[in-house]
Design a protein around this ligand. Sequence first.
Ligand code: DGJ
Length: 376
Amino acid sequence: MLKQILIAVFLLLAGKSFAQQKQSTIRPGELWKDDQGKHINAHGGGMLYHKGTYYWFGEHKGEKSNNAYVGVTCYSSKALYHWKNESVALSVDDSPESLIYKGCTIERPKVIYNELTKKFVMYFHLELFRRGYEAAYTGIAVSDKVTGPYQFLHASRVNAGYWPINLSQENRKIKLKADDYGKWWTPKWREGVEQGLFVREYFYGGQMSRDMTLFVDDNGKAYHIYSSEENLTLQIAELTDDYTRHTGKYIRVEPGGHNEAPAIFKRNGKYFMITSGCTGWDPNAARLLVADNILGEWKLYPNPCVGTGAELTFQSQGTYIFPVQGKKDAFVFMADRWRPSNPIDGRYVWLPIKFENDLPVLRWMDQWDLSVFNEN
Ligand code: DGJ
């Protein structure tokens, strides 16, 4: 009898601790362990839902450096609480000739699925080995399998030889070069930026592309949204039907507005974009942009974050917004709390998006689960 009681107590305690480990909540800013008990290493990430599973792709970071010595990682989950490490989706290359030579910088990878080619297409911000942030390239890789391995296709600046469709003929023809505007941040220089001085400067070599995201619209058309023009202006560019190239059709958004970290979603036919300002690894206040068409006009709204911590986006910077499957109007804002002194320890801040007056609103939550969307 005593033995049976002891077994029952043991089972009860074991069950409880298992349940504790398997808590089904999202805890922004805490350590998030994967199925191997390690903090998830998928920074600046994005999410793809495919055939009943969420796939989270992100930057692998080390303890000392932000550089890519491994590549892009992938984790999978059915319900967003527990994540299986699917290992490396895109590996950096051992060859110094490669544009993705180990030690380069790979940031903000995003993966989308192409229905026509049945391939998974990955875009990322690439900076070349030992060249700081000067390259401002977009890298593209493809795979037949969602978790990879992804084959690196090419990397460069984007839309070389094409004008943004919303840059006036008059501004396309201005003869002044970047140097002719003198010092940065003067009123003359600012006006020059708005009139497209950097678009003209990089017209033949291609537009700069750093912080980025991807968006697939309901009609299957995909778009690359990136910080361009020395991070001063966002650009939104249409991709070819197979998603592996830019078509050359693109717009500028908020010229001179200094937006980074674009994350985008669509609700009731409207497009919403949450961005950050530009303060390196330090957090700042988020911004909201809204449009009826993805290729503009985009209108700027105040910070969508409210309550305690709103001014610094709850100590984080956005990276992606994804819809929760099977729930109406349910979107998750994914953000990073960077730790540049120990990048691998960077934390994830995911918050549910609420809607007030049909605009997205973000509030801090210590922990939450998908039932928050039942109140929408
Ligand atoms: C902010 C960007 O959002 C990050 O992805 C990264 O590029 C850092 N700047 C580098 O300082």
